[in-house]
Design a protein. Structure first.
Length: 338
């Protein structure tokens, strides 16, 4: 063996021992020294230095090293896989997806490249592709609890709560005390209005972690949902208190809670106002306009409501309707006593 290559391997192996011990700084130093001796011979030097940079969250350097390793060995599946994960950590999902795809083509029976790509699709809100990839990963290895959990989250996003609950339940069979799995199943039960089952999950979560904010929020939400039909005035007071404190914390639940109250109390202007503003923030302009229009049916020609609706009409480019609402405001002003 060439003396320089032998020296590079010796330094590399010392670096690997540092890496195994979690001493990433010294590992990087040795890997760098080894690369300095023989820069273009052994792709593993770049790969392992990239791994060390990844654990130090120096993602740009990690990607650079994985790319150098792939340049030396284009079919280096592990480097493609880890570059995919670093791109996920950087939230660069469009780059992560082809890396996981290439890694999977090289090693089709590796479930984790499919799990990684599924996660990237999930973060891009492409829930159908995410579900498909998580499913492939689970066919290869059914015990990946996080793939079950993430697929459950994707089903929840699609409002397929039965399938979501089934996945959360399977994940909990693998990790019975996982707080996230319990709380997310509890949330799915709430969406199905199965409050007793949701309460069981919330209570178990509190047994695992008594100060869990998520578990306490679940319990409070269950109480709120149950109070809407039993005592709507109390529910309105509860939501007003939450809104005065800065909101409920989950915009989907906030809209659902307001909608549930409006089913019972359709003329509650405070709830209509709040939901209209949330819809506007969510860029659901048609629904926001519908709420301001309903509010105007209860309180005709109110200048605040007309102004809010005019602003949304302007945002969607309907200038004629915006001008019509502003004209009504001016007419109301002219009718006021001097």
């Amino acid at each position: 063996m060439d003396e320089k290559l032998e020296e590079a391997r010796t330094v590399f192996e010392r670096g690997y021992k540092h890496y195994e011990n979690g001493d990433y700084d010294n590992a990087i130093a040795d890997y760098t020294a080894a690369i300095g001796i023989e820069p273009d011979v052994y792709e593993g030097m770049y790969y392992w230095r990239g791994r060390a940079y990844g654990y130090k969250e120096d993602y740009d350097k990690a990607i650079s090293d994985f790319t150098a390793a792939i340049k030396i060995k284009p079919d280096f599946a592990e480097a493609l896989y880890w570059r995919g994960w670093v791109n996920v950590f950087k939230k660069d999902y469009d780059k992560a997806i082809p890396d996981f795809t290439s890694a999977n083509e090289l090693v089709p029976d590796d479930p984790y490249s499919m799990y990684g790509r599924g996660l990237a699709y999930y973060e891009k809100k492409n829930y159908d592709n995410a579900i498909a990839d998580f499913t492939v990963a689970l066919v290869i290895k059914p015990s990946i609890d996080e793939a079950l959990h993430k697929r459950g989250l994707a089903y929840s996003k699609k409002e397929d709560y039965d399938k979501a609950i089934a996945d959360y339940t399977s994940a909990l069979e693998i990790k019975p005390d996982d707080l996230n799995y319990l709380c997310n199943r509890g949330r799915a039960y709430i969406e199905k209005k199965e409050y007793d089952k949701a309460s069981v999950d919330a209570e178990k979560a509190l047994q695992i972690k008594p100060n869990s904010i998520r578990a306490h929020r679940l319990i409070n939400r269950i109480k709120f949902q149950q109070s809407i039909k039993e005592n709507p005035d109390e529910a309105i007071a509860m939501i007003k208190h939450k809104l005065d404190d800065g909101g409920i914390g989950n915009i989907h639940w906030e809209v659902e809670d307001l909608s549930a109250i409006l089913e019972v109390k359709p003329d509650n202007l405070e709830c209509l106002e709040e939901r209209a503003m949330i819809y506007e923030m969510m860029k659901k302009y048609d629904k926001a306009i519908a709420d301001w229009t309903t509010a105007l049916g209860i309180k005709p020609n109110d200048p605040e409501y007309l102004g809010k609706r005019a602003d949304i009409y302007r945002k969607i480019g309907d200038q004629d309707k915006a001008i019509a609402d502003l004209e009504k405001i001016r007419e109301q002003a002219n009718l006021q006593p001097k």
